[in-house]
Design a protein around this ligand. Sequence first.
Ligand SMILES: [Zn+2]
Length: 436
Amino acid sequence: MKRRELLLYVGASSWALPLLARPDDPSLVAVRVWPAKDYTRVTLESDKALVARHFITEAPERLVVDIDGLDLSPRLKELVAKTQPEDPNIAAVRVGQYQPRVVRIVFDLKQAIAPQVFTLSPVAAYQHRLVLDLYPKAPAVDDPLLALVLEREREAQGQAQVPAPPPAPSSTPAPPVAGASSAPSPAPAPKPGARPKIDRLIVVALDPGHGGEDPGAIGPSGLREKDVVLAVARQLRDRLEQEPRLRVLMTRDGDFFVPLQERVRKARKVGADLFVSIHADAFLRPQARGASVFALSDGAASSAAARWMAQKENAADAVGGLNNVAVKDSTVLRTLLDMSTTAQIKDSLALGSDVLGQLGKVGKLHKPRVEQAGFAVLKAPDVPSILVETAFISNPEEEQKLRDPAYQRQLVDAIARGLLRYLGRRPALKRERNAT
Ligand SMILES: [Zn+2]
């Protein structure tokens, strides 16, 4: 009798078994959502690789993802709370136990999307990641990149009708530098007429480093590089757009991952005249301090530290979560990006020293000259490109300064002065060289 009861008990429990986690089942360690206009990313991080299938439906637009070996855990349910009403792509999320040991996630979408679903092996602080990238099928109508491209086209048409624009009545030799009165020492006045006017739109690509899954460096008290460089870049954009002839393209204007190559592609798409990547990295020694400016090198790095810094920056794609399958299609672009010319590097060095000169007036410099190394993000073949390390976030004092809005403003003013100085002295930018 007792034995039969025991058998019954065992029988019941084996019935229930499929719903219980098996020792080799993966378990979720985190779920993250990165909403952005460009795309929304959902990351499921787990201790073992996840196996998922997905499909989309139209009318209503939905993305459905089934994941094997998972139970409907509280962690998975966090996904619902982490989806924000402002998300440009996701309207709502539902999770359910679709089958024993298979969970189903249903994303109700705000618009048609082309999803990319892929897995990433453990890297840096991350374990296994299952990544769901929700790309809008149609780019947003108010996409700033598109708006800039259109403005460029209108301008090109206007110039075709009027080949030689008349000189501005004031014949101002350089764009005015707002706030220049506070500049400690203004640039030496050029000979009258020696400085050509800027009589067309200048587009500056501002590239706040890192973002999304890639926090960049983290300061001793927790300040994240991705946040502070975005804040600085936004202020710099506002500052530069006070100049009537300047337009700014932000390679990212939110907290999401942008691959290094994509940053370069965006800049080239709008025909950017300058590319400025903004960072605040950690260094090997916490005592390291001061701003530095980097340009591309066509050979060896200018120092071991510069090489180390470039290697670290170039690893951003792995941490941020690059879809390697999608990247295999872009070999052509990669080849193109390896063709950066000596002229580009020479222009970048000139731009870099103008910016470095101004940064030296507001704080310490790490190195008195522009350093060079093989930064992937500086490889636009025809665009003078620099990477500004505003400070070392790993230095506790500099981390405090980076937090300080007043110091951020000083940084922004210095970088803006450097850029305007360069533009004032060297308006013979690439497109004009080609046009003549
Ligand atoms: Zn960085």
